[in-house]
Ligand binder design. Structure first.
Ligand SMILES: [Zn+2]
Length: 70
């Protein structure tokens, strides 16, 4: 079973100046302009803001690719 690391988005989860800290979804890449509802953590331990749509991309990525490597 894949480990999903998801919590509600908080500004303090991110480095100041990052896209996630500015209140925009970063998991969806540069094209996503939605507000992140969640903070998700990738396998390297980096936090990303994820909107309600892209949190699904995160879950799929974890379930398909297993515990090692992003
Ligand atoms: Zn998004």
């Amino acid at each position: 079973m894949a480990l999903l690391e998801i919590k509600l988005w908080e500004r303090g989860d991110f480095t100041t100046g990052s896209k996630s800290a500015e209140g925009r979804c970063a998991w969806g890449g540069v094209s996503c302009t939605k507000k992140p509802e969640f903070t998700v953590t990738d396998r390297s331990g980096t936090n990303f803001g994820a909107c309600e749509g892209h949190v699904l991309s995160y879950i799929r990525d974890r379930l398909k690719n297993g515990p090692a490597g992003k």
